[in-house]
Design a protein around this ligand. Structure first.
Ligand code: PNW
Length: 459
């Protein structure tokens, strides 16, 4: 048994597009994900999130679920197109009112709102008219939107996450093309990534200069990172694992915490990696009050020859070859239904790597969780695999905290089953089971288990 620190923040996470529905309601504009899911061939089973969990109508019920879990914090995202239907210009009052009511109700129930400003659902007009994240001007549109949110909600919201997983937006959206805007390019991922950092920087500057002194909140990015374990003891494989982490997390966290891209990226990418202006650096460097981490899995890493093309890499099961690293898994490792490896020690190693590389930041695990084959039997979902997963990852987390790494909070992905992007409704991550026909929510065994952990504050 290990105790967690007294003020440890226990939470759960969701995102707007994955749970809200109400895609044409309340004055909302279309987002890129609305358009993408309505494009044949993009999503498994042609699933769409027009209704999703219908949280837009059922949010009061969902706050009761949160209350029943006993979480101290709830991380959700704001749909930019609900606040600004085209992403710029006109403000939609109904959208502001929706989130305002949600925030008030959370606070009434003693649940801290943790708000993500952008969890991938870019207003479609910004994509169509302005080239989305490829256009440097997006940073100003984002800062304007962020300012409206700070103004409307910042009296009550004290924890802001500007962006969710800029790596996923850049790589899955602009290199692999399985997420919006569905592009396949060797240069665009780095332009999009660059503009995502610039957008965060400008929004953070607005917060720092115009709101922070009065509102006294904190701001950060939620970056995703899995652990990379060297496949062998060979120096070249150890270097490959390090390089893989740099291309995954360092790409975004190095500029945010150190003010420049990792050397390995500068070297390997040459002219494909854009350069920051002095103004960019002033906005970006040191702009995060805390370190947000979404963590799911671990892979082995080994060096591959520089001559390997992306096509070669895809043929051997790789994703994105610019780091010249081959990722593999041990066939004995336990896997989730996403095919992600369950390796709790990788979580611990990653947290120590972050602590060391970024000079001991306060870390919040803004997402961690497992997709399982959940089924309802006699009104129960006996998700023992998920309980084992959460137990082992939290036990690892408590050891890491014990060793001095400053992890201050943990959010399970996710409160309830929801729309899992390109996988549609085929993957279930929730502590609550959602029947997508009746929209009924049923607590899984893991929900009861998590509630106990929160109550005892120990694992
Ligand atoms: C995250 N990867 O997505 C997102 O923040 C959530 O919206 C999502 O539902 C959750 O994790 C589960 O997938 C990721 O390829 C998608 O490494 C892909 C990756 C990582 C995270």
């Amino acid at each position: 048994m290990a105790k967690f620190p007294k003020d440890f923040i226990w939470g759960v996470s969701t995102s707007a597009y994955q749970i809200e529905g109400g895609w044409l309601e309340g004055g909302k504009g279309l987002s890129t994900w609305d358009v993408f899911t309505h494009t044949p061939g993009k999503i498994l089973n042609e699933d769409k999130a027009d209704v999703a969990c219908d949280h837009y109508h059922l949010y009061e019920e969902d706050i009761i679920l949160l209350k029943n879990l006993g979480v101290k914090a709830y991380r959700f995202s704001i749909a930019w197109a609900r606040i600004m239907p085209t992403g710029y210009g006109e403000i939609n009052k109904e959208g502001i009112e929706f989130y305002s009511k949600l925030i008030d109700l959370l606070i009434e129930n003693n649940i801290e709102p943790w708000v993500t400003l952008h969890h991938w659902d870019l207003p479609s007009a910004l994509e169509l008219e302005k080239d989305g994240w490829l256009n440097p001007a997006i940073a100003d549109y984002f800062a304007e939107y962020a300012k409206i949110c700070f103004e409307a909600f910042g009296d009550r919201v004290k924890n802001w996450i500007t962006l969710n997983e800029p790596w996923v937006i850049s790589v899955l959206g602009y290199s692999v093309g399985i997420f919006t805007p569905g592009r396949v390019s060797t240069t665009e991922p780095y332009i999009a990534g660059h503009n995502l950092l610039r957008a965060h920087g400008k929004a953070a500057k607005v917060y720092r200069e115009q709101f922070k002194a009065i509102q006294k909140g904190r701001i950060c990015v939620a970056n995703n990172c899995d652990w990379r374990e060297p496949k062998t003891e060979l120096a070249e494989d150890k270097a490959a694992a390090e390089r893989s982490l740099e291309f995954l997390l360092g790409w975004f966290a190095d500029p945010l915490f150190k003010g420049h891209y990792p050397e390995s990226m500068v070297e390997k990418l040459g002219d494909r990696l854009p350069k920051f202006t002095e103004e960019d650096i002033a906005n970006i460097k040191g702009s995060c009050d805390i370190f947000g981490l979404n963590h799911y899995s671990t892979m082995y890493a080994q060096n591959i020859p520089e001559t390997t093309t992306n096509a070669d890499l895809h043929a051997i099961g790789g994703l994105h070859g610019d780091d010249e690293v081959l990722l593999t898994a041990d066939e004995n490792w336990k896997k989730t239904t996403m095919d992600w490896n369950v390796i709790p020690w990788g979580f611990g190693k990653l947290l120590k790597w972050i602590d060391n590389r970024y000079d001991h930041p306060e870390i919040y695990v803004t997402e961690n969780g497992m997709s399982c084959n959940d089924i309802v039997v006699n009104e129960k979902v006996n998700d023992t695999d998920r309980i084992d997963f959460l137990h082992s990852y939290l036990a690892e987390l408590s050891r890491v905290i014990e060793s001095g790494v400053k992890v201050k909070g943990y959010f399970v992905w996710s409160l309830m089953d929801n729309f899992e992007w390109a996988s549609g409704y085929s993957k279930r991550f929730g502590l609550y089971y959602v029947d997508f026909n009746t929209l009924e929510r049923i607590p899984k065994e893991s929900a009861k288990w998590y509630k106990e952990i929160i109550l005892k504050n120990e694992i």
